[in-house]
Design a protein. Structure first.
Lengths: 79, 250
């Protein structure tokens, strides 16, 4: 199990941890404990299991800007 | 699901977010096991941001999405606590950290709370709601959240029941939409009679409960009829008030 707080700075760590595995991820908002549970069993283009692609969607510029187009992307990043 | 999560991150940012990762060996477990484990965590953590509650039967309605969306927006605002006192305002029964929490835990919408605070009316004819604590009130007999939810549910059911029963003998005006011909607008004295008459006209069974709901929300029934109560003064006869209602509509 891996717990990460500074997500953006620890992207490489997350990637390394996930390589070759199925995964469950839990996003938790610390002040209230509100959380989101998800999973990934997909393979990457290279044929290896990695759920980093799935997890990294949440802090991917293009993904977020496509989801909430009218809002400036910089507003998302308060870290 | 992703949309709700991104919306959440938009309002809260990533600053106070922790990501917990669990890795599972594909050589020992299959995708079904991973899905079972996901369901386990959704159930045990009560993950509010998961729109799909049952991962084996994923169904998402637009209502669920909009409810979650509203909840997140409401929760991102200032955290103003909401206090629930008894009628007299001398005993604090329970409180929530915010309006969003009240909606999440007890199903009381923020508009209901806002209305109760603005008008000073008692919620469910019993609770005095404030956003500022009353100094002289005792806080010793506060209910736990489970007991408060149960108490609210009982009060809510009682209110609905008494509202349903007290409205049974009110006269009802049934008006067809579009055309307003006096001979098609009729006024049964009681809800049961309204049901009987509408059933005869439409050729289907019309339950009293359905008529009651349409009377409450004011939506057209079967897209054909507008149903409304008529307030009768003690001196006026039923026919008089029907006449007044029809001429007023014209």
């Amino acid at each position: 199990m891996l717990k990460v707080q500074d997500l953006f700075d620890n992207r490489k760590l997350i990637n390394e941890f996930n390589k070759g595995y199925y995964g469950i991820y839990i996003w938790t908002y610390n002040p209230t404990g509100v959380c989101l549970v998800g999973q990934s069993t997909r393979k990457t283009v290279s044929g290896k299991y990695s759920f980093y692609t799935r997890v990294s969607l949440y802090f991917n510029d293009n993904f977020l800007s496509n989801q909430l187009r009218p809002i400036k992307i910089y507003d998302f990043y308060s870290y | 699901m992703i949309f709700i999560a991104t919306e959440f991150f938009y309002y809260y940012g990533f600053k106070d977010v922790t990501l917990t990762l669990l890795r599972i060996d594909p050589s020992q477990y299959g995708p079904i096991d991973v899905t079972k484990m996901e369901q386990y965590f959704i159930d045990t953590l009560h993950s509010e941001l998961n729109v799909v509650r049952d991962v084996f039967n994923p169904t998402v309605t637009s209502e669920t999405l909009s409810q979650k969306s509203k909840l997140i927006k409401a929760a991102s605002g200032k955290m103003a606590p909401v206090y629930f006192y008894n009628k007299e305002g001398d005993t604090l029964l329970f409180s929530f950290e915010s309006k969003a929490q009240a909606q999440l835990l007890a199903g009381i919408t923020s508009s209901t709370i806002k209305k109760a605070i603005e008008t000073g009316s008692l919620y469910l004819n019993y609770f005095l709601i404030t956003t500022t604590p009353i100094e002289n009130a005792t806080t010793e007999s506060q209910l736990t959240m489970d007991r408060a939810s149960a108490f609210l549910k009982v009060r809510n059911d009682n209110m609905k029941e008494s509202s349903y029963n007290s409205s049974i003998q009110k006269p009802i005006l049934c008006t067809p939409i579009g055309i307003l011909e006096p001979n098609q607008t009729f006024l049964p004295n009681f809800r049961n009679k309204a049901c009987e008459k509408l059933s005869k006209l439409e050729g289907i069974h019309i339950p009293s409960k359905t008529v009651f709901i349409r009377l409450q929300d004011g939506k057209p029934y079967l897209k054909k009829w507008i149903l409304s109560y008529i307030n009768i003064s003690p001196l006026a006869t039923v026919e008089d008030s029907a006449f007044l209602a029809i001429t007023h509509k014209r």
